[in-house]
Design a binder for this molecule. Structure first.
Ligand code: HDE
Length: 710
């Protein structure tokens, strides 16, 4: 198997006809031509070949003063000076990819007439941007944070954006609280610390004073806050939207993305280490999966409620701090999205893409969710400050359908429109688009009441679903959550903060609050005022999202070898992993030729032991071969590879003499036994994720277990 590291040619995946149509709109320059000096021009198009040397008043040896008259040099410097634009005020760090979306059939037509959700003959091109929230553009990928999951659908009825997150709820209920919340979570104003983290006084101070944040903070402090990959995250529209069908009936809806690969997270220790070892881990992971053809996929689901059921629940369905539990409102899966093409230029695509919650298409509408109403203003407004007027005309933002209106001029206008710029006019008094022709019309909603700054009664209750979330986690997930909150509070140096947080936690779960109080030095809480309901919900725990069949697709497997290793076994393993679309990497004492046991064959190592760390892989395999094992056993870094991978509960495999390396590395781990277990075949042993086999080349057991991933 060729490793990704040595892949010389980047592939951009297959483009569907509809994606090509989107691409025709782009001013993409052929990279080959764009980079040859013969084809270079100034910004006004004048051919020019020397972009390296400033014009000089030459003296002997060409060392004279540089001349101000060199317009070409000045243009180059001037454009460089202006390369930066303001980064996004939140979600500044992101990674994007192109793909396509289709629905399975027309079953959603009972809810909506939007063809993007009902016409199975359509393939809709999409662009997705994943992001972290708190950190700046240059921050690390694996920090604990909510992840953005924003999707732009390029439909013939206009662009539709679902600007979602990987967590189904939000911290605050009303958009007017957003600036306060973001100020609290962002780095503290006096020293701009910390970067990409919520582990600081201001965030937890806000948490202790705003019980509405507890639900989302619990999701973020759970393993959901440190995903293994963007490709292994769920996506949620969070806000409540509406769907309108051909009969004019309205339903409330929540949008869901469910990943094919299941929902997986890093361990906190891994996340911390990777933030330093490879700050671009998630960005590279997305690209690697697409380049190797292991295209990321999500099923698209909707939770739908008719208007008549709006008030049926003990929570308000328009409150973005609440989920609609799936046992009450099941998800209907209606479509699928595949990401199959990397971006060609990060800035032009991923940085300049502009999502707006207000971008909807006929058949889809808003609701009175107060967070959504505020978002509809904010996204439109923020694009102006990031990208300037006419940002909709940037190639990545351009709709694939014709755009016609009487909005004109402004900076960077790139469209030339013939004719009058007002309506009605003497040439045309008929509206160009009306409802009968599929035009968008607001739903005629009945309203009555007083104008007040207020919140609906069910918006006042904040703890019930936080407890529901906590109760629904597995034992391990609960432990991780307690550790995560303890870690964060340990970074708060104002005792007032961590002392105030404990009573807030106590309202959610008494045992949790006590455990955290002990860890961080808070006061032991009394029995809580609120009575616990003890309920659990389905599909909250990540354990509920395991793929039906275990998948090794796109997993990264490190194979540790040294001179004298058994090539046949290693090649057998690589072939088996390739079949499952996993990637294998040879890690050896040096990045170069490593010879096999016979001495006549060899492989090229992709990395040397010091060049990578176990944290960057999903599984480890130790090659057999007496001489190889002897070298590996004596290398402290190799021993660390094995111990660290074991500590992170990764699958570790070994055959023959390779087992000795594991034995040496894990000799003081009492629980591990490498003797055959009851029910296992004689030649293969599985214990605590460690799979060993004395002599087989590659038993199905090894393959199966590696397939389980972590
Ligand atoms: Fe955002 N949010 N947000 N947000 N948000 C932005 O828009 C805002 C909220 C989300 O990859 C900004 O273009 C307000 C919920 C994503 O380009 C800004 C409120 C959810 C992205 C903004 C929210 C999100 C943003 C900054 C409270 C999950 C990145 C740059 C009412 C459903 C999109 C930009 C991308 C970005 C405002 C709450 C998700 C300032 C006022 C809830 C994924 O407009």
């Amino acid at each position: 198997m060729t490793s990704i590291a040595s892949a010389v040619k980047r592939t951009f995946g297959e483009m569907t006809a509809d994606q090509k149509q989107v691409d025709l709109q782009r001013d993409t320059v052929d990279p080959q031509k764009g980079h040859s000096s013969a084809g270079m021009t100034t910004m006004h198009g004048m051919p020019f070949d020397n972009t390296q040397t400033w014009l000089k008043a030459t003296q002997p040896e060409g060392t004279g003063p540089a001349l101000l008259e060199d317009q070409v040099a000045m243009e180059k410097i001037h454009r460089f000076d202006h390369e930066r634009i303001p980064e996004r005020v939140v979600h500044a760090r992101g990674a994007g990819a192109h793909g396509h979306f289709h629905v399975f059939d027309d079953r959603a037509s009972k809810y909506t007439f939007a063809p993007v959700l009902t016409d199975p003959s359509r393939t809709t091109p999409v662009f997705v941007r994943f992001s972290t929230v708190q950190g700046p553009r240059g921050s690390a990928d694996t920090v604990r944070d909510v992840r953005g999951f924003a999707t732009k659908f390029y439909t013939p009825e206009g662009n539709w954006d679902i600007v979602g997150n990987d967590i189904p709820v939000f911290f605050v209920q009303d958009a007017m609280q957003f600036p306060d919340f973001i100020h609290a979570v962002k780095p503290e104003p006096h020293n701009e610390v910390p970067t990409g983290q919520s582990a600081h006084n201001n965030f937890w101070d806000f948490f202790s004073l705003q019980s509405q944040t507890t639900h989302t903070v619990f999701w973020a402090m759970s393993d959901r806050g440190i995903p293994r990959s963007f490709r292994m995250m769920q996506g949620f529209g969070v806000n409540t939207f509406t769907l309108i069908n051909a009969k004019g009936e309205r339903h409330f809806v929540k949008f869901h993305w469910t990943p094919e690969l299941g929902v997986h997270s890093l361990m906190w220790d891994e996340a911390l280490k990777i933030a330093g070892q490879d700050p671009d881990f998630h960005r590279k992971d997305l690209e690697e999966a697409i380049v190797t053809g292991a295209y990321p996929k999500w099923k698209f689901g909707i939770q739908v409620l008719p208007e008549s059921r709006e008030h049926e629940f003990d929570f308000d369905i328009l409150d973005a701090t609440k989920i609609w539990p799936e046992e009450l409102v099941p998800i209907e899966y209606i479509g699928e999205m595949t990401l199959n093409r990397c971006v060609d230029e990060f800035f032009a695509e991923t940085e300049q893409v502009a999502f707006c919650t207000s971008h909807i298409v006929p058949g889809i509408g808003f609701s009175d969710d107060p967070l959504l109403q505020g978002r509809n203003f904010s996204y439109l407004d923020t694009q102006q400050s990031r990208l300037g007027t006419n940002w909709e005309q940037l190639p990545i933002n351009r709709p694939v359908c014709p755009v016609l209106n009487h909005i004109r001029d402004g900076k960077h206008q790139s469209r030339i429109t013939k004719g009058v710029n007002y309506w009605p006019n003497r040439f045309n008094t008929i509206p160009p688009t009306d409802e009968d022709k599929g035009g968008y019309h607001e739903f005629a909603q009945t309203l009555h009441g007083m104008k007040l700054r207020t919140r609906a009664p069910k918006f006042q209750e904040h703890y019930s679903q936080t407890e529901l979330f906590y109760n629904s986690l597995s034992v391990v997930e609960k432990k991780h959550l307690i550790e995560a909150i303890s870690f964060e509070l340990s970074h708060c140096d104002d005792p007032l903060v961590y002392k105030n947080v404990i009573p807030q936690l106590n309202e959610i779960d008494h045992e949790l609050a006590k455990a955290i109080a002990i860890n961080v030095g808070g006061d032991m809480p009394p029995e809580p005022k609120r009575k616990s309901h003890g309920k659990r919900a389905i599909r909250i725990s990540q354990m509920d999202f395991m793929p039906e069949k275990p998948l090794v697709k796109s997993r990264r497997i490190a194979i540790l070898v040294a001179d004298g290793f058994d090539i046949d076994v290693v090649e057998g393993l690589r072939a088996a992993m390739k079949l499952g679309s996993a990637s294998t990497f040879i890690i050896g004492p040096r990045r170069g030729k490593i010879s096999g046991a016979t001495g006549t064959t060899s492989v090229m190592a992709d990395h040397h032991f010091e060049g990578q760390r176990s944290t960057l892989f999903d599984a480890l395999f130790i090659a057999p071969g007496a001489k190889s094992a002897d070298t590996l056993k004596k290398d402290g870094r190799v021993i660390h590879w094995v111990r660290e991978a074991f500590g992170h509960c990764k699958t570790i495999g070994a055959v023959g003499e390779g087992i000795e390396v594991i034995r040496k590395a894990l000799q003081d781990v009492e629980k591990i036994s490498l003797a055959p277990l009851a029910g296992q075949t004689d030649d293969a042993t599985i214990s605590y994720g460690v799979v060993t086999a004395p002599k087989i080349s590659l038993s199905s057991t090894v393959t199966d277990v590696l397939m389980v991933g972590k």
